[in-house]
Design a protein around this ligand. Sequence first.
Ligand code: GDP
Ligand code: MN
Length: 387
Amino acid sequence: MNVHEYQAKELLAKFGLNIPKGKLCHTPTEAEWAARSFGPGKLSVVKAQIHAGGRGKGGGVKLARSPEEARAHAEKIIGMQLVTPQTVPQGKKVHKVLVAEGSDIDKEYYLSLVVNRENATLSVMASTEGGMDIEEVAENHPEKIITTDIDPTVGLSGFTTRKLNEALGFKGHLAKAFEKTLKGLTEAFLAYDCEMIEINPLATTKDGQLQILDCKMSFDGNALFRHPHIQDLRDYEEEDARELEASKFGLSYVSLEGNIGCLVNGAGLAMGTMDIIKQAGGDPANFLDVGGGASQETVTQAFRIILRDTSVKGIFVNIFGGIMKCDVIANGVVSASKELGVKVPLVVRLEGTNVELGKKILSESGLNITPADSMADGARKIVAAVK
Ligand code: GDP
Ligand code: MN
């Protein structure tokens, strides 16, 4: 789960970190007043709040020298379709901005923490090349990214901070400030069960401070039950409507760019189905695992989500009945189809428990179904049908 920059900064506030003051604003007037509240002659920065990076490049981050200028920036940014390298091509609509006290930046650095599953540690990545795309730095100057690990059972060691301070060139009070920053971030990471915290830029200012100017934070979905206050930060406007609906019914659903809708049971079979569609020359529109013990109602919901997806030009139902019975799947498919109608080709491969009953329900339903004998056969048939 992801949160907005302003929420991430609020969550980090209690860990002794240097983060410029800011206010969340929904209107230009609010933005003007927020900028005014920082005091006369203060710089402010107006920042679009969407779940995507690269906002600066897309015109979603603007520095203001006066409250009137902050208002003018907010007028442009609120309501805009912000296109960044991390959004879909049509961009994301901006509903709110963070107006933060502006900083007089000396230099921008990069700092992030991510879970390292292989080593069971937190990996720290740092670079003197902050502010810009870290992917670009990794591509062209990999030697400018330093990585090191933190053992979560031990916490941050003096050795790790010294190594990073050396690499980033921080001395004296900046080295102290960096140590405090990394310590605070590590504590926050562990306290909130994060997957990632990315500070880009971490900036030194002309008056000698080390400040967190931007922050992305994501959380381990499996640990969210331990953090109800973080679950409350979920912004439904930022999430894929179909994924959101699927999650209400306990379905594992991820929407993808292709045009073949897939209804599958079991995560492994769902992945195998996507692979075999690709192999046959097609592109799946989604990953969908209805789970092992899904009820007819859940299957109906799942099939509804696929039927309503306008990018779907064909549907492949690929079921291996184990705990899940083929007749339950068949009934779900039929009931959703009766309600919404199936306007695209439908290929069904059923195997396993109650397969005969499942096939009977489908054949008596009057639906126009192309049966398949195997996964590969089904994939070939649906790919041919959508072409
Ligand atoms: P992103 O583009 O989505 O990563 O948004 P950022 O919050 O990182 O802002 C983009 C860029 O705007 C930063 O790299 C900075 O160069 C600049 N910026 C952000 N906040 C400030 C600020 O307070 N003062 C100044 N001078 N520049 C800022
Ligand atoms: Mn940034």
